[in-house]
Design a protein around this ligand. Structure first.
Ligand SMILES: Nc1ncnc2c1ncn2[C@@H]1O[C@H](COP(=O)(O)OP(=O)(O)O)[C@@H](O)[C@H]1O
Ligand SMILES: O=c1ccn([C@@H]2O[C@H](COP(=O)(O)OP(=O)(O)O)[C@@H](O)[C@H]2O)c(=O)[nH]1
Ligand SMILES: [Mg+2]
Length: 244
């Protein structure tokens, strides 16, 4: 039902080729020869954090928070973090932090975000892994990730685990557009042209990730229309049913 809503409201015909290449574009990937080394290095690093000390380091409880651009992920994660003691790791904020650092990687990320495309998985996963390591939290919300199947697979390969739950905020496209145009955070991607691209990426690449976790019984869908407080009440009901 929500797939039709998102699809139906997209004006221009879906250029799924450009949207779908967003996640698979090899342009900025590590060279094939480098990739295995980098991924092994990351896996070793994370494992050394998670298990080398006699295994008494618990893996954190991980909740992926998904939903279209403007569905309210960040707003709800802030409330969840403060009321339920989760660390809130916003993948988008982590990427914008890298941009602000002025690094070469940051310049590449900026170019991709301006286009509403998806940053190569090994960049995003490495940044998320580092943030998880620094937080060392027992309960973690990963907000706005994974954005595509490649992201999901890279996370599981590098971090070595699946999320415990996936919260999906389901919001009609016109409401998301309205919220994004009113966000006023000075973001390079909150303009109608880039928003349209992000919605195409959401429909063609993000939704298959939700479908995958749905098939594994991990998705909890929340109606993301109404006020932020009303939506958070639904989140509270979900968390109490899950005894979180
Ligand atoms: N339930 C809501 N009703 C109206 N506006 C909302 C609601 N939830 C969030 N917003 C606003 O919409 C914009 C996008 O919210 P945000 O949490 O950043 O969404 P996302 O992280 O999914 O893009 C922000 O300006 C936010 O203040
Ligand atoms: O795992 C991620 C998360 C974000 N992004 C990029 O960062 C942008 C902003 O993401 P954010 O989650 O901040 O957007 P929101 O959905 O909150 O509007 C996205 O459109 C993508 O271009 C990405 O490539 N991978
Ligand atoms: Mg957000």
């Amino acid at each position: 039902m929500w797939r039709r809503r998102v699809g139906a409201l997209l004006r221009s015909p879906r250029t799924s080729s450009s949207a779908s290449s967003a996640c698979q574009s090899r342009r900025h990937h590590l060279l094939p020869s480098e990739e295995p080394l980098a991924l092994n290095r990351l896996a070793r690093l994370f494992t050394s954090q998670a298990g080398s000390d006699g295994g008494d380091t618990q893996k954190p409880f991980i909740a992926f928070v998904l939903g279209g651009p403007g569905s309210g992920k960040g707003t709800q994660c802030t409330k969840i973090a403060s009321d339920f003691g989760f660390a809130h790791l916003s993948a988008g904020d982590i990427l914008r932090h890298e941009i602000a650092s002025g690094s070469e990687k940051g310049e590449l990320i900026l170019e991709i975000i301006k286009e509403g495309r998806i940053v190569p998985s090994e960049i995003t996963v490495e940044l998320i892994r580092k943030a998880m390591e620094m937080n060392n939290a027992k309960r973690v919300l990963i907000d706005g990730f994974p954005r595509c199947e490649e992201n999901r697979i890279a996370f599981e390969r590098i971090v070595g685990t699946e999320p415990d739950i996936v919260i999906f905020f389901d919001c009609p496209e016109d409401e998301m557009v309205k919220r994004l145009l009113g966000r006023n955070q000075g973001r390079v991607d909150d303009n109608i042209e880039t928003i349209k691209k992000r919605l195409k990426v959401f429909e063609s690449l993000n939704i298959p990730v939700v479908d995958y976790y749905s098939s594994r019984g991990k998705v909890h869908k929340i109606n993301a229309t109404g006020t932020a407080d009303e939506i958070f009440e639904a989140v509270r009901r979900l968390f109490s049913s899950l005894r979180l």
